[in-house]
Design a protein around this ligand. Structure first.
Ligand code: NAD
Length: 376
């Protein structure tokens, strides 16, 4: 019996992405799988039904009843989990820390679930790294939001009406999103500087043509691990950063610590030092924000400074974000479909690392503790 791979139309608000684009449906079929997709699943990402030549269309209830593997962008709902076969596999962003009931339902229903956010960040798994692919989208889009919100040009302009100075952009957090933001702001012609607590990012920032903000404080401790800074060092670091924030036309903040609330880096006082018309695009908004004034899903104006707290930026570039996500899913799933039937190699550190529930149990240790401890 061929493996049935199911794809639903995402039901979460403003989720325009689709888990499988036509290119990947064709690749799954070539591996011997049957792809069943709900009508309109790709429409919001501009992949109309007509493009899915290698998939069969079916109702959501039929897909849920027949799928051996259900591919999702957002976590499945409890109703969807209830409708799955025992032993079915679900792969998507599971947001387990915020959804203890879902995790319990997945385990109780004997569903094997893999969370894309748990895929180990090892070299071999880079092509499966959906956190990175979607963060790159967010970093790019954040700069476009900044350009749009600013009442200034990004590049330097030399015109008959005089020379216009380029905008200054500060990127806080030089991870995947931050580096993409730097590259995008540079392409638009802005003068860019960036800051990260990891000094390893210094060379990456410089190689993209941006200046690294030197605070004169190093968090480098023994064995390459970060050490706790003294209060005096923290104050010195913040003072330097506040001055750079005050001098910027646009701040793109992307700082994040896995599994925790976003670090608070831009205080109200720092915002009040910025020029009116400046903007902050806080892409950590959904994790509580890097700026004290950020409100997720809103634009707050404080003293003429716009603080934008975007939510689910990848869904606003749904076509390319879906292509990238779909390829990540395929690269993860492919080894398990190699022999034409579903066979997960539990010795493979990618599957072993990304598994959330299997065989009635919560396999991911931190999630199990959180769920069984009763806290989200
Ligand atoms: P992230 O989204 O968790 O964090 C974004 C950035 O915020 C990080 O660079 C972090 O150092 C920074 N940050 C945290 N606290 C901060 C603070 N107080 N002030 C300033 N900056 C702060 O991280 P990410 O972008 O998902 O990934 C981070 C890094 O992980 C990457 O840049 C890369 O080096 C590594 N990575 C490796 C692989 C791989 O090997 N397959 C894949 C992806 C990422």
């Amino acid at each position: 019996m061929p493996v049935v791979v199911g794809v639903l139309k995402e039901s979460a608000a403003n989720e325009n992405r689709v888990a499988i684009v036509p290119e990947i449906a064709a690749k799954l079929k070539a591996l011997g799988a049957v792809v069943m997709i709900e009508r309109g699943a790709g429409t919001a990402a501009n992949f109309p039904d007509g493009g899915y030549k290698d998939a069969e269309f079916a109702s959501s209830s039929e897909i849920l009843a027949r799928a051996d593997v259900l591919l999702k962008v957002q976590p499945p709902s409890s109703l969807e989990v209830d409708a799955l076969k025992r032993g079915a596999v679900v792969i998507g962003f599971m947001q387990a820390y915020a959804r203890p009931e879902l995790v319990r339902a997945l385990a109780a229903h004997g569903v094997t679930s893999f969370a894309m956010e748990l895929v180990p960040r090892i070299s071999r798994a880079q092509s499966m790294d959906a956190l990175s692919s979607q963060a790159a989208v967010a970093g790019y889009k954040a700069v476009l939001l900044a350009a749009n919100a600013l009442e200034k040009f990004m590049p330097m302009l030399t015109t008959a009406a005089g020379t216009i100075r380029p905008a200054t952009v500060l990127v806080i957090g030089a991870g995947v999103a931050g580096l993409q933001a730097i590259a995008t702001a540079r392409r638009l012609g802005a003068v860019v500087e960036a800051y990260d607590v990891r000094s390893a990012t210094r060379d990456q920032v410089k190689s993209l043509g941006a200046k690294f903000v030197e605070t004169g404080v190093s968090a480098e401790g023994a064995g390459g691990y970060a050490r706790e800074l003294t209060d005096e060092e923290k104050a010195r670091q913040q003072e330097v950063l506040d001055a750079r924030i005050a001098a910027s036309d646009a701040v793109i903040s992307t700082a994040s610590v896995p599994g925790r609330a976003a670090p608070r880096i831009i205080g109200q006082a720092a915002v009040e030092r910025m020029r009116p018309g400046s903007v902050i695009i806080d892409i950590a908004a959904e994790q509580g924000g890097n700026c004290a004034l950020t409100r997720a899903g809103e634009t707050v104006v404080h003293g003429g400074v716009k603080i934008v707290g975007p939510v689910n930026l990848p869904a606003t570039l749904a076509f390319n974000a879906s292509e990238m996500y779909s390829r990540n899913l395929f690269n993860l799933l492919k080894p398990a479909l190699a022999k034409g039937e579903l066979a997960i190699d539990w010795q493979d550190e990618v599957f072993a690392g990304a598994v959330l529930t299997h065989d009635g149990q919560i396999k991911h240790e931190a999630t199990r503790k959180a769920v069984e401890g009763g806290s989200p």
